[in-house]
Design a protein around this ligand. Structure first.
Ligand code: ADP
Length: 618
């Protein structure tokens, strides 16, 4: 109720709104910034302190922030009006606590301590111990400071990058920064002769950047601060460091982790969060009524070194060189860490596929072996049955051999007589020798064919002309046909019929079919015993037909005759057609039988043409 009344009063009577905040259960804090609200590292400390105040304070807080802009340069003329402004602002209700952020703010407060709020406690924070004038501290003041140790920073960097020969120091030209140049020079003296230290505080930042873009190899950059450059230009915000990062050809290290997060390689640094927490806990004690002068906080040293993994990679700095216990931040997750499940799933699928493929390959191999084995067996069986066929052929072949051998004998006897005769006709003698040679070749050819038929050879597919194979087979069978009184006619296609196949096995098939046809016509009168063998091309197939004039195949047995051991002959084996089918199918072909409407049986073989062959084109 009281609150509502006060707000109403504030709105209607123009009373300062701060009256509302000055109620006994509220605490008012004034934060005084050094050179502006957005200068690092101070802004980062102020931000984390405000967050910590919210977190740690048991009271509602009214936090008001002001900036001592004049500290960017050595201009002290604006101090007096600024002081009057603050006095006016807080005349009736001074704050419960003043927090000075940074050295310029501390210096201002200490200089104006008596005029400002002599009775208000002051907490000096975000400040290096050297920048506090302890001699004029009042019992109402306390300090939460840090200690810079530049040599520690530089030595630490040189340990992770020992080949460094030049270190460029980026530091502005504001009064506070000038103070630090002197301190750094003094502290870094032990490095003289070991490395070259370059300064840029007398250049504009633009010129500084140009020089830092072209540092000699084995250089590094120490970023201290850039409040205002030698040209008097203030660099508020993060742009100055970002620009440096974009052009610099060397790694950058610094003293405070509020700069850390992209541009900085890392190292030992002050911790903004750690310091802010301590400062706020001290603030809470003061607001709680403790005497500030009695709160003594020792200045803090650098926190545990931390590094930016991305920058370590970029500059090729090995993690092995980092001091023990260092923290490495921003490590990019490896592909495995990022996509662990996806990779595992993909590997699983690949593994499954690989297993399936292996099984299929194994099966294919097994099938291939089985096929080779089957073909081998078939070749052996075919060989055996060829022997049995050869038995039948032999009688007629022996008869066929008798002819040329007989005429050779007659011719040699005639030649011997001619040699004894007083009138030797040399020309006739020559003719006799030509005859002997021809008969010998004929006999030799008969034997060669028989031997090749009986050859035990594995299945071997070669490109052959089916017409030629048919011709050779009919030659082989001619004497048998003659002996049995069978005429064999052949009607061969005009064009060659190239197929890929085993010549001997195909011969065997034909031989079997012709001999079966001859068997089927054995009871007929001789003139009726006719076999017609045709070859033709039917699109991409070569066809062979063997037609006889026998009784044909009994009805219902057309398929059965190709089964093993089916025979209608008293001394038959019933293996011929079964082997013929196996051979034809091994050639990717088909064999079939039909009856020619009571005029005999017809066997048809279809084999795929070897279309890529030169023969096929002709
Ligand atoms: P085999 O000649 O030892 O009997 P095949 O497998 O060569 O064995 O023949 C099987 C059977 O098919 C023959 O016994 C016969 O009954 C029948 N056959 C084969 N060819 C003919 C044909 N041209 N005419 C009639 N029947 C035939």
């Amino acid at each position: 109720m009281v609150r509502r009344l006060l707000v109403l009063l504030a709105l209607t009577n123009g009373l300062p709104a701060s009256v509302y905040a000055s109620q006994p259960d509220h605490k008012r804090i004034m934060i005084l910034h050094s050179v502006g609200r957005e200068f690092r590292p101070w802004n980062e400390y102020a931000r984390t302190m405000r967050a910590e105040l919210d977190r740690q304070s048991p009271w509602p807080l009214d936090v008001q922030e002001h900036s001592l802009v004049a500290a960017r340069s050595a201009d002290v003329n604006s101090e007096a009006p600024f002081l009057r402004y603050l006095q006016a602002l807080y005349a009736n209700h001074p704050p419960d606590l003043v927090i000075g952020v940074g050295a310029p703010a501390a210096s201002f407060i200490q200089r104006t301590r008596q005029q400002l709020f002599p009775a208000t406690p002051v907490l000096f924070t975000t400040i290096e111990a050297r920048r506090v004038d302890y001699s004029v501290l009042t019992g109402n003041d306390t300090v939460v400071a840090v200690t810079h140790r530049f040599l520690v920073l530089f030595e630490s960097f040189l340990r992770i990058s020992p080949e460094t020969r030049t270190i460029a120091i980026v530091n502005g030209d504001s009064p506070n920064e000038r103070f630090w140049r002197g301190e750094m020079q003094r502290e870094l003296k032990p490095l003289e002769g070991r490395i070259e230290i370059r300064w840029y505080d007398k250049f504009s930042y633009e010129d500084t950047l140009k020089q830092l873009a072209a540092l000699p190899s084995h250089s590094a950059i120490f970023w201290y601060q850039m409040v205002a450059d030698a040209a008097g230009v203030a660099h508020e915000g993060d742009r100055a460091l970002t620009r440096l990062y974009n052009v610099a050809n060397a790694p950058i290290f610094t003293h405070d982790d509020s700069f850390f997060g992209r541009e900085i390689v890392g190292g030992p640094m002050h911790s903004a969060l750690g310091r802010s927490r301590i400062a706020v806990s001290v603030a809470m004690r003061i607001l709680g009524g403790e005497n500030p002068g009695e709160i003594k906080t020792p200045p803090s040293e650098f926190a545990v070194a931390k590094y930016d993994w991305r920058e370590l990679q970029r500059w090729g700095i090995s993690e092995a060189r980092l001091p023990p216990g260092s923290e490495v931040h921003f490590r990019e997750a490896s592909a495995w860490e990022k996509y662990r499940w996806q990779i595992a799933a993909a590997c699983g699928v690949v593994l499954l596929q690989a297993t399936l493929i292996s099984i299929l390959l194994y099966e294919r191999r097994r099938r291939h072996f089985a096929e080779v084995e089957a073909r081998q067996r078939m070749s052996e069986l075919a060989h055996v049955t060829r022997y049995s066929m050869a038995g039948e052929l032999t009688t007629s072949i022996a008869h066929e051999l008798n002819q040329p051998l007989g005429s050779i004998l007659v011719n040699t006897e005639t030649a011997a007589l001619m040699l004894d005769s007083p009138t030797l006709d040399v020309n006739e003698l020559k003719e006799i020798l030509v005859d002997i040679k021809r008969d010998d070749q004929r006999a030799g050819e008969v034997i060669r064919r028989l031997r090749s038929l009986l050859k035990r050879a594995p299945f071997e597919a070669r490109e052959i002309d089916l017409n030629q194979t048919v011709g050779e087979t009919l030659d082989l069978v001619s004497s048998l046909a003659h002996a049995r009184g069978v005429t064999v006619e052949s009607v061969l296609s005009a064009a060659p019929l190239p197929v890929k196949g085993d010549r001997i096995q195909l011969q065997q098939v034909l031989l079997n079919l012709v001999m079966n046809a001859a068997d089927a016509m054995a009871y007929l009168d001789k003139p009726q015993r006719r076999i017609v063998v045709r070859t033709a091309r039917d699109r991409d197939f070569a066809e062979i037909e063997i037609a006889d004039h026998g009784p044909g195949i009994p009805a219902g047995k057309l398929a059965e005759i190709f089964e093993p051991f089916y025979t209608s002959k008293p001394s038959g084996m019933g293996m011929g057609l079964s082997i013929a089918r196996t051979i034809v199918e091994a050639h990717d072909g088909e064999i079939s039988a039909e009856n020619r409407g009571g005029e005999g049986a017809l066997f048809r073989i279809r084999l795929p043409l070897a279309l890529s062959s030169a023969l096929a084109a002709s």
